[in-house]
Design a protein. Sequence first.
Length: 243
Amino acid sequence: MRAFLALLLAAVAPGVFAQEIGALPPLITTPSIAVVVQEKCCDWQSQRQHISVPDSADRAALEKLRDRAYRNGIVLQLKLDNDRSLKFIDNTIVGESCEGYDGCRKHRLIGYWPSHRQYIVEVALWEGLEVYLASARDGRLLPVGSPPLLSPSGKYAIGVDNSIGYPNGGLELIDLRQATPIGIRLPGLPSCPGTGQEYGLRSNPVWLDDSRVGFQGESPFPNDDPNAKQILRIVDGKPEWEC
Protein backbone atom coordinates (compact mmCIF):
# COMPACT_ATOMS: atom_id res chain seq x y z
CA MET A 1 0.00 0.00 0.00
CA ARG A 2 2.84 2.40 0.78
CA ALA A 3 4.36 1.86 -2.63
CA PHE A 4 1.00 2.42 -4.28
CA LEU A 5 0.50 5.59 -2.21
CA ALA A 6 3.83 6.96 -3.44
CA LEU A 7 2.83 6.39 -7.05
CA LEU A 8 -0.55 7.99 -6.45
CA LEU A 9 1.05 11.05 -4.86
CA ALA A 10 3.31 11.47 -7.85
CA ALA A 11 0.24 11.49 -10.06
CA VAL A 12 -2.06 13.80 -8.06
CA ALA A 13 0.28 16.08 -6.14
CA PRO A 14 3.41 16.81 -8.19
CA GLY A 15 6.06 18.75 -6.30
CA VAL A 16 4.65 18.18 -2.80
CA PHE A 17 7.87 16.72 -1.50
CA ALA A 18 10.17 18.64 -3.86
CA GLN A 19 8.95 21.92 -2.36
CA GLU A 20 9.32 20.81 1.23
CA ILE A 21 11.19 23.48 3.21
CA GLY A 22 12.08 21.29 6.16
CA ALA A 23 10.58 19.06 8.79
CA LEU A 24 7.80 20.23 11.03
CA PRO A 25 9.01 22.23 14.06
CA PRO A 26 11.07 20.38 16.72
CA LEU A 27 9.37 18.03 19.19
CA ILE A 28 6.43 17.46 16.86
CA THR A 29 5.82 13.80 16.08
CA THR A 30 2.91 12.41 14.10
CA PRO A 31 2.20 9.24 12.12
CA SER A 32 0.45 11.40 9.52
CA ILE A 33 2.24 12.52 6.38
CA ALA A 34 2.38 16.30 6.89
CA VAL A 35 4.76 18.72 5.19
CA VAL A 36 5.24 22.48 5.07
CA VAL A 37 5.76 23.76 1.53
CA GLN A 38 6.63 27.12 0.00
CA GLU A 39 3.36 27.38 -1.89
CA LYS A 40 0.43 29.78 -1.73
CA CYS A 41 -3.00 28.51 -0.80
CA CYS A 42 -5.77 28.36 -1.96
CA ASP A 43 -6.71 29.66 -5.40
CA TRP A 44 -9.27 27.11 -6.55
CA GLN A 45 -9.59 28.63 -10.03
CA SER A 46 -5.93 28.04 -10.91
CA GLN A 47 -5.89 24.36 -10.03
CA ARG A 48 -5.37 22.46 -13.28
CA GLN A 49 -5.48 18.93 -11.88
CA HIS A 50 -8.26 19.11 -9.33
CA ILE A 51 -9.50 15.70 -8.15
CA SER A 52 -12.87 15.81 -6.38
CA VAL A 53 -13.62 13.63 -3.37
CA PRO A 54 -17.29 12.58 -3.45
CA ASP A 55 -17.29 11.31 0.15
CA SER A 56 -15.32 14.18 1.68
CA ALA A 57 -16.51 14.88 5.21
CA ASP A 58 -15.01 18.39 5.20
CA ARG A 59 -16.79 19.84 2.17
CA ALA A 60 -18.72 22.41 4.26
CA ALA A 61 -15.59 23.57 6.11
CA LEU A 62 -13.63 23.84 2.85
CA GLU A 63 -16.37 25.87 1.24
CA LYS A 64 -16.53 28.22 4.24
CA LEU A 65 -12.73 28.65 4.29
CA ARG A 66 -12.10 28.87 0.55
CA ASP A 67 -9.33 31.44 1.06
CA ARG A 68 -7.60 29.30 3.69
CA ALA A 69 -8.10 25.65 2.78
CA TYR A 70 -8.22 23.43 -0.29
CA ARG A 71 -8.51 19.74 -1.06
CA ASN A 72 -7.14 18.00 -4.13
CA GLY A 73 -7.86 14.29 -3.89
CA ILE A 74 -5.94 12.84 -0.96
CA VAL A 75 -4.13 16.13 -0.22
CA LEU A 76 -5.55 18.64 2.29
CA GLN A 77 -3.82 22.03 1.97
CA LEU A 78 -4.00 24.74 4.66
CA LYS A 79 -2.77 28.32 4.36
CA LEU A 80 0.19 29.41 6.53
CA ASP A 81 1.96 32.74 6.95
CA ASN A 82 4.58 33.94 4.46
CA ASP A 83 3.04 32.31 1.38
CA ARG A 84 3.47 28.79 2.77
CA SER A 85 1.10 25.86 3.13
CA LEU A 86 0.71 22.84 5.37
CA LYS A 87 -0.24 19.70 3.46
CA PHE A 88 -1.73 16.58 5.01
CA ILE A 89 -1.66 13.54 2.74
CA ASP A 90 -4.17 10.72 3.25
CA ASN A 91 -2.93 7.16 3.45
CA THR A 92 -5.72 5.73 1.33
CA ILE A 93 -7.18 5.92 -2.17
CA VAL A 94 -9.55 8.73 -3.16
CA GLY A 95 -13.04 7.80 -2.00
CA GLU A 96 -11.84 4.62 -0.30
CA SER A 97 -13.20 3.64 3.12
CA CYS A 98 -10.86 2.92 6.03
CA GLU A 99 -12.89 -0.16 6.92
CA GLY A 100 -10.60 -3.15 7.35
CA TYR A 101 -7.45 -1.18 6.46
CA ASP A 102 -5.09 -0.94 9.43
CA GLY A 103 -2.91 2.11 8.79
CA CYS A 104 -5.54 4.10 6.92
CA ARG A 105 -5.54 7.86 7.62
CA LYS A 106 -8.06 10.30 6.15
CA HIS A 107 -7.52 13.94 7.15
CA ARG A 108 -10.57 16.19 7.26
CA LEU A 109 -10.77 19.87 8.20
CA ILE A 110 -13.56 20.32 10.76
CA GLY A 111 -13.01 23.89 11.94
CA TYR A 112 -10.88 27.01 12.30
CA TRP A 113 -10.47 29.34 15.30
CA PRO A 114 -9.58 32.72 13.74
CA SER A 115 -8.75 34.47 17.03
CA HIS A 116 -6.29 31.68 17.90
CA ARG A 117 -5.27 31.01 14.30
CA GLN A 118 -5.69 27.27 14.76
CA TYR A 119 -7.13 24.74 12.31
CA ILE A 120 -8.88 21.66 13.72
CA VAL A 121 -8.10 18.57 11.64
CA GLU A 122 -9.75 15.22 12.32
CA VAL A 123 -8.05 12.02 11.18
CA ALA A 124 -10.33 9.05 10.46
CA LEU A 125 -8.75 5.66 11.15
CA TRP A 126 -9.95 2.11 10.66
CA GLU A 127 -10.97 2.08 14.32
CA GLY A 128 -11.29 5.38 16.12
CA LEU A 129 -9.99 8.83 15.22
CA GLU A 130 -7.29 11.37 16.01
CA VAL A 131 -7.42 15.16 16.11
CA TYR A 132 -4.78 17.85 15.59
CA LEU A 133 -4.67 21.57 16.20
CA ALA A 134 -2.55 23.05 13.39
CA SER A 135 -1.13 26.56 13.70
CA ALA A 136 -1.83 28.90 10.78
CA ARG A 137 1.40 30.68 11.65
CA ASP A 138 3.94 27.92 11.07
CA GLY A 139 2.14 24.56 10.74
CA ARG A 140 3.03 23.45 14.25
CA LEU A 141 0.83 20.52 15.31
CA LEU A 142 -0.68 19.69 18.69
CA PRO A 143 -2.27 16.23 18.96
CA VAL A 144 -5.48 16.33 21.04
CA GLY A 145 -7.68 13.47 22.13
CA SER A 146 -10.93 14.56 20.48
CA PRO A 147 -12.55 17.56 18.78
CA PRO A 148 -12.17 20.29 21.43
CA LEU A 149 -14.91 22.58 22.74
CA LEU A 150 -13.98 26.25 23.31
CA SER A 151 -14.76 28.00 26.58
CA PRO A 152 -16.93 31.15 26.35
CA SER A 153 -13.92 33.49 26.42
CA GLY A 154 -11.77 31.25 24.24
CA LYS A 155 -9.03 31.00 26.85
CA TYR A 156 -9.40 27.23 27.14
CA ALA A 157 -10.84 24.26 25.31
CA ILE A 158 -11.85 20.85 26.58
CA GLY A 159 -11.92 17.49 24.84
CA VAL A 160 -13.11 14.11 26.05
CA ASP A 161 -13.12 10.71 24.40
CA ASN A 162 -15.04 8.05 26.25
CA SER A 163 -14.64 5.25 23.70
CA ILE A 164 -14.68 2.02 25.65
CA GLY A 165 -12.81 -0.09 23.13
CA TYR A 166 -10.49 2.48 21.57
CA PRO A 167 -9.85 5.50 23.82
CA ASN A 168 -7.85 8.35 22.24
CA GLY A 169 -6.50 10.16 25.22
CA GLY A 170 -9.45 10.53 27.57
CA LEU A 171 -9.91 13.99 29.06
CA GLU A 172 -7.75 16.91 27.99
CA LEU A 173 -7.65 20.60 28.83
CA ILE A 174 -6.10 22.89 26.21
CA ASP A 175 -4.65 26.19 27.43
CA LEU A 176 -5.06 28.79 24.66
CA ARG A 177 -3.88 31.89 26.50
CA GLN A 178 -0.57 31.96 24.62
CA ALA A 179 0.15 31.82 20.89
CA THR A 180 1.22 28.17 21.22
CA PRO A 181 -1.54 25.99 22.74
CA ILE A 182 -0.64 23.65 25.58
CA GLY A 183 -2.43 20.34 26.11
CA ILE A 184 -2.89 19.09 29.67
CA ARG A 185 -3.97 15.46 30.08
CA LEU A 186 -6.17 14.60 33.06
CA PRO A 187 -5.92 10.87 33.70
CA GLY A 188 -7.83 10.76 36.97
CA LEU A 189 -11.58 10.73 37.58
CA PRO A 190 -13.39 12.86 40.14
CA SER A 191 -13.42 11.36 43.61
CA CYS A 192 -15.95 13.12 45.78
CA PRO A 193 -17.10 11.89 49.21
CA GLY A 194 -20.45 10.12 49.18
CA THR A 195 -20.46 9.18 45.52
CA GLY A 196 -20.39 5.68 44.16
CA GLN A 197 -18.11 4.02 41.64
CA GLU A 198 -17.19 5.97 38.51
CA TYR A 199 -15.59 4.22 35.54
CA GLY A 200 -15.61 7.11 33.09
CA LEU A 201 -16.85 10.56 32.25
CA ARG A 202 -20.25 11.30 30.78
CA SER A 203 -19.97 11.94 27.10
CA ASN A 204 -21.26 15.53 26.78
CA PRO A 205 -18.95 18.30 28.06
CA VAL A 206 -20.71 21.66 28.61
CA TRP A 207 -19.05 24.89 29.74
CA LEU A 208 -21.05 26.16 32.73
CA ASP A 209 -19.07 29.41 32.76
CA ASP A 210 -15.56 30.39 31.70
CA SER A 211 -13.85 28.45 34.49
CA ARG A 212 -16.05 25.36 34.93
CA VAL A 213 -17.05 22.56 32.61
CA GLY A 214 -19.58 19.89 33.51
CA PHE A 215 -19.98 16.46 31.95
CA GLN A 216 -23.57 15.58 31.20
CA GLY A 217 -25.57 12.89 29.47
CA GLU A 218 -25.65 9.16 29.99
CA SER A 219 -22.47 7.37 30.98
CA PRO A 220 -21.26 4.69 28.55
CA PHE A 221 -20.39 2.62 31.61
CA PRO A 222 -23.59 1.02 32.98
CA ASN A 223 -22.29 0.61 36.55
CA ASP A 224 -21.46 4.28 37.08
CA ASP A 225 -23.21 6.17 39.86
CA PRO A 226 -25.65 8.47 37.98
CA ASN A 227 -25.61 10.95 40.86
CA ALA A 228 -21.86 11.47 40.84
CA LYS A 229 -20.89 15.09 40.33
CA GLN A 230 -18.58 15.64 37.37
CA ILE A 231 -17.51 19.29 37.25
CA LEU A 232 -14.00 20.38 36.35
CA ARG A 233 -12.81 23.78 37.55
CA ILE A 234 -9.90 25.66 35.97
CA VAL A 235 -8.02 28.19 38.09
CA ASP A 236 -5.16 30.02 36.34
CA GLY A 237 -4.69 27.15 33.95
CA LYS A 238 -4.72 24.46 36.65
CA PRO A 239 -7.63 21.97 36.46
CA GLU A 240 -9.16 20.35 39.53
CA TRP A 241 -12.35 18.43 40.24
CA GLU A 242 -15.06 20.27 42.11
CA CYS A 243 -16.96 18.39 44.82
